[in-house]
Design a protein around this ligand. Structure first.
Ligand code: ADP
Length: 766
């Protein structure tokens, strides 16, 4: 440890002390010199006064006697004093009796002496004799050189300052030594011991046990002890930590080994699982492919079977035969449904479900589906499609899957509802559309609501027995909704009905369908709570029609309306002949009035439930233009009126040919069959036809090409061509329309649908 000398405490202490001591000493010396100066200054005057007193008598007598010689002796004697440099004796006549002087000596420090005491001083003494004190005899003048006195003073002052300095120096040395011995040395010893770093205990320098250094050493030793204890504790903790770490390392490596082993096992199992999954997927794919093929293969003969049984059911049968065939027909329908569900579920399992994203008219799709399923509605159930007027014309999504969801929900609703209403509501919601199927059926208990979405689960034990079904429909519907990133949920109360809601993210183009505006006064005779009332209330005003509803026929006024819409068969009888307004009767399919009956009530037109907006709009347009009454009357008579109408059925499948032909014949139409488009064109060349039912996919020439050629040749203007297709996709409709076809009927179709379609076109073709 090396501290610079000037930085040492002893030096600083000594320097300070000496500086203070030196300044004090100097001050004291200056004071002492000052006092000495004052006394020296006084002593000059005192001494010279003494000389003058001694010389007074002698000088007075010399002046009295006017003895110049003696005067010279006196002044010469006075000059012998080292301080006096001139002595003059003047008598009372100012005559100089004696004047002795000598030059001033130039000496060292003369200037200092002159400054302090003056260059010279003059003293004078008036001379008189003691016996004649009043008689002035003359004056003795003495000029004094102060140097004789000041040299003594200067010597003393120099000595005083010198001794002062010497004392200070000695004191400095002494103090330095003392401080060094007392402070610096023991401190340096302690610091060296501390800085060596090896000490665990300091020795107190001897003689310092009780002073500050002793205390410092004691405190440092105390710190050493506590540091040593702490270090010991830390070392112990470190050792324990190291030990734990080692143990942990052992555990980790053991675990790693175990994990590695289980990872290897898992990888192996995963690999096996992957292979098994691959095999399972392959199998599922194979199964799905098999099912798809099989379902197609089974469906085709099944359709034929069902069609034929349907036709036979309409013929004259005895009750037993009718019942047997009905059971066969129902079983066939269940089989088709089951086939479809199993096929779809197997597609889910095989991960084969691929969703399309195409633009389609969801509202029309809902109406078509409802119309297709309407035959399942019980007699006292009113099926209604309530489409919000602001629904976008097209939305983006997968129409097939949306149709499947709706079919499942709607067929359930119709199956479990014996009376009341079944409504399909379609409204736009934020980010998509909401399809809601509400019924007033048997309802579902709370605990069953949680289970019914699982495959093969039904709400109650007696359901299969009473209503049939497999428990697959809702599982499929929910799977489909999830696959479309939508949500399906149910609200229900036993005995009060159920509401199934599917929120589907089908984004719309924002624009609703723009219907050509209608003009007229349309009144309705229907219950306030009926689906028809609700539908007309929302739809008709949005088309620009004046609409009013009546509860009873009494309030109807012939003059106030252009058209009456009603679903009240009983009230209908009371209306004619008092009421002459055209009537539009809405009834369930298969419950149309007979031709005879309709003719009695003419002008009357019948439309089947559920009402589609397009059909309703078109019918209203014609009715309000006045074109309807006669046409409607004719139309209402349906098959009988148009008997003799020639229909060309273009269809390659013999079974389908048979079914359609049978239905058409049953409806009273004359039918010619062509096996493909080319054949159809040949037939058209040779024979007049009122309507063409055109299958789309056929060998030789398909339906699209055939229709295009029909339109190009312009030989049959206004000939209605209606597509028959198994493809229910909206783009298929578009394709048909682009080829020049007027309408579209999805296979498999029912006789009522075929009838309604032909009725729509045949009067126009007249
Ligand atoms: P399925 O109808 O073939 O039995 P689903 O999966 O479609 O199978 O329905 C499962 C069960 O949910 C039905 O068996 C029935 O108990 C109940 N359920 C579904 N929809 C309704 C409804 N609208 N009203 C009452 N119960 C219903």
């Amino acid at each position: 440890m090396d501290i610079k000398f000037t930085n040492r405490l002893s030096y600083k202490q000594a320097k300070l002390t000496v500086l203070v001591g030196f300044m004090l000493g100097t001050l004291l010396s200056v004071v002492q010199i000052g006092i000495d100066y004052a006394s020296e200054d006084a002593s000059i005057n005192r001494e010279l006064q003494t000389v003058l007193q001694i010389s007074h008598d002698t000088a007075s007598r010399i002046a009295y006697n006017i003895d110049a010689e003696l005067g010279e002796e006196l002044t010469g004697g006075l000059l012998r004093s080292p301080a006096i440099i001139r002595a003059r004796l003047i008598d009372n006549n100012d005559t100089v009796l004696a004047d002795s002087q000598r030059p001033r000596e130039e000496r060292r420090f003369r200037a200092v002496s002159d400054f302090l005491f003056g260059e010279q001083r003059q003293f004078q003494d008036r001379l008189f004799l003691a016996q004649m004190p009043d008689e002035y005899l003359g004056t003795l003048y003495l000029d004094v050189d102060t140097y004789a006195f000041s040299s003594r003073f200067l010597d003393r002052a120099g000595l005083t300052l010198l001794t002062g300095f010497t004392r200070s120096l000695l004191l400095t040395g002494l103090l330095l030594a003392l401080f060094y011995l007392m402070l610096t040395k023991p401190l340096v010893t302690v610091i060296s011991a501390l800085s060596s770093g090896r000490q665990t205990r300091l020795n107190c320098p001897s003689g310092h046990e009780r002073d500050e250094i002793g205390v410092l050493v004691k405190v440092a030793n105390g710190q050493f002890v506590s540091m040593a204890t702490e270090i010991e504790q830390r070392r112990n903790a470190e050792n324990r930590l190291t030990q734990y770490l080692n143990e942990l390392e052992d555990i980790v490596s053991a675990r790693t080994e175990a994990l590695k082993a289980s990872h290897d096992r898992l990888s192996h199992t995963n690999h096996e699982l992957e292979q098994a999954r691959g095999r399972a997927l392959d199998m599922a794919h194979a199964r799905a492919a098999f099912l798809a093929n099989m379902s197609h293969e089974i469906r085709t003969p099944l359709n034929g079977l069902l069609g034929m049984i349907g036709l036979t059911l309409d013929s004259a049968l005895n009750p037993e035969q009718h019942q047997q065939l009905s059971i066969a027909h129902d079983s066939g329908k269940v089989l088709v449904g089951l086939l479809n569900d199993i096929l779809d579920l197997s597609k889910f399992d095989a991960g084969q479900l691929q969703l399309e994203t195409i633009g389609f008219d969801v509202a029309t799709m809902v109406e078509d589906t409802a119309s297709l399923l309407s035959q399942n509605a019980a007699a006292s159930v009113e099926l209604t499609c309530l489409i919000a007027p602001q629904m976008p014309a097209t939305v983006l999504g997968d129409p097939t899957r949306v149709r499947q969801v709706l079919s499942n929900l709607l067929s359930n609703a119709l199956k479990f509802t014996r009376f009341g209403r079944v409504d399909v509501r379609l409204v736009p919601i934020v980010g998509g559309v909401q399809v809601q199927v509400c019924d007033t059926g048997i309802g579902i208990s709370d605990d069953a609501q949680a289970r019914i979405f699982q495959p093969f689960i039904q709400a109650g034990a007696g359901i299969t027995r009473q209503y049939g079904g497999t428990g697959l429909g809702l599982a499929l519907a929910r799977n489909l909704c999830s696959a479309m990133r939508g949500r399906l949920h149910v609200q229900s109360q036993v005995g009060f009905g159920s509401t199934f809601t599917a929120d589907l993210p089908l984004l719309g183009n924002g624009r609703a369908i723009e219907w050509p505006p209608l003009c007229g006064r349309v009144h309705a005779l229907s219950r306030a709570g009926s689906g028809l009332s609700e539908l007309l209330q929302t739809q008709l005003p949005s088309w620009g029609l004046h609409y009013q509803r009546h509860d009873s026929p009494q309030s109807l006024d012939n003059e106030a309306m252009d058209l009456l819409i009603t679903d009240d068969l009983e009230a209908l009888e009371q209306l004619r002949p008092a009421l002459s307004t055209p009537i539009l009767l809405i009834s369930a399919y298969g419950r149309f009035l007979s031709v005879e009956h309709a003719r009695q009530l003419a002008p009357l037109h019948q439309l089947g439930r559920p009402l589609a907006r397009g059909t309703l709009h078109e019918t209203l347009r014609r009715a309000l233009q006045g074109a309807l009454p006669s046409a409607m009357a004719g139309q209402a008579t349906g098959p009988l009126e148009s008997q003799g109408a020639q229909i060309l059925l273009v269809e390659d499948n013999p079974v389908n040919q048979l079914v359609a032909k049978g239905m058409l014949a049953k409806l009273g139409y004359r039918v010619q069959v062509a096996g493909n488009g080319a054949e159809a064109l040949e037939r058209l060349e040779t024979q007049p036809f009122d309507l063409v039912l055109m299958d789309c996919n056929m060998p030789v020439m398909d339906g699209y090409e055939a229709t295009r050629l029909i339109r190009q040749r312009a030989r049959w203007p206004g000939l209605p061509v209606v597509a028959l297709t198994a493809n229910a996709m909206p783009e298929e409709r578009e394709r048909c329309r682009a080829a020049g076809m007027d309408d579209y009927l999805a296979k498999p179709f029912r006789r009522e649908q075929l009838q309604a379609l032909i009725e729509r076109w045949l009067p126009l073709s007249d």
